[in-house]
Design a protein around this ligand. Structure first.
Ligand code: PXG
Length: 289
């Protein structure tokens, strides 16, 4: 496997970063997870724009343009001869002194991995997920800005551990006020009376690229979109629930905390969104070469 690292495509065995890199020492950095389908990168420019926004928010100046980062990403996919898979794009503060001061790190480190991805098992797309509410909260915006896709994922990892220990694959994370923010690596949507509901970004959700695509598709499908504060009550009383993310795409949820949602089976709206998403993902995107 070829990895793009600081301007060069190198063999996987040579793709190494310093133990003094602040990405490793402090989780000081940002990342993106991107999919490619049929040799085309899905929503590449949007992912790279979010990466630059995340970097800007943590005062990490990138010495490349967004167009260059798009090009490096495509080159990495092409160099590995892949047509379908997953890209992990990571930028760290770079190597520096011990100590928090980011200004003592002269140069950011960037690497790009293009590989395959392990999705949820197919049965969950057919039958839906049973998820839980976890005790781990989304950090308040004044603690760790939730829109920044940073290398600080311990919060989500602890939430994921709670899910796994409860025999579930995902967990709903609430914010400090008790409103639904999102799941550990997915955004959450509900269908109620033919309308699509999803938490506000300001309630602590990541501004997911897949979330944005679903909102666009809802407009095409004539489904009203309502972004508002949601509680567990709204999930328990919804007609349908589904999650979205680059890895999961669109996946139905049929139970929360062992309480059945709607009919207890993936619903018709979820099916329409899933089909529309697949159609779009397979027919659009930036060609890798
Ligand atoms: N919330 C969180 C906290 C995420 O990390 C999403 C929502 C969905 O956003 P997108 O833009 O993907 O629709 C994410 C995305 C991984 C992995 O390797 C994580 C994500 C995406 C892809 C892979 O764990 N997180």
């Amino acid at each position: 496997m070829k990895i793009w690292l600081d301007g060069k495509l190198v063999d996987e065995s040579e793709a190494k970063i310093s133990v003094f890199d602040h990405g490793v020492l402090y989780g000081d950095g940002v990342f993106e997870g991107i999919r490619f389908y049929n040799g085309r990168v899905f929503r590449l420019e949007e992912h790279v724009r979010r990466l630059f926004d995340s970097s800007r928010a943590i005062i990490l100046d990138l010495p490349w343009t967004q167009e260059e980062v798009c090009r490096f990403t495509c080159e990495t996919v092409a160099a590995n001869g892949l047509t379908d898979g997953y890209i992990r794009l990571v930028v760290t503060r770079g190597a520096g002194e011990l100590g928090l001061n980011p200004y003592l790190c002269p140069k950011p480190t960037m690497f790009i991995i293009a590989s395959s991805i392990k999705l949820y098992p197919d049965e969950h797309y057919q039958n839906g997920l049973s998820i839980i509410t976890c005790a781990t909260r989304r950090p308040a915006p004044g603690a760790l800005m939730p829109q920044v896709k940073s290398l600080n994922y311990l919060n989500n990892i602890m939430a994921k551990v709670e899910a796994i220990q409860a025999n579930a694959l995902e967990a709903v994370m609430l914010n400090e006020q008790g409103y639904v923010a999102e799941c550990t690596g997915d955004n959450l949507f509900l269908i109620k009376n033919g309308e699509l509901h999803t938490p506000l970004i300001s309630d602590g959700a990541l501004d997911g690229i897949t979330r944005g695509v679903i909102i666009e598709l809802a407009r095409d499908l004539g489904v009203p979109v309502i972004e508002r504060s949601l509680t567990r009550y709204d999930i328990f009383t919804a007609d349908e629930c589904f999650l979205t993310g680059t890895a999961a795409e669109v996946i139905p949820v049929v139970a929360l905390d062992r309480r059945v949602i709607g009919s207890g089976k993936p619903g018709p709206f979820t099916g329409r969104f899933l089909d529309a998403f697949h159609k779009l993902a397979l027919s659009t995107g930036t060609p890798v070469s």
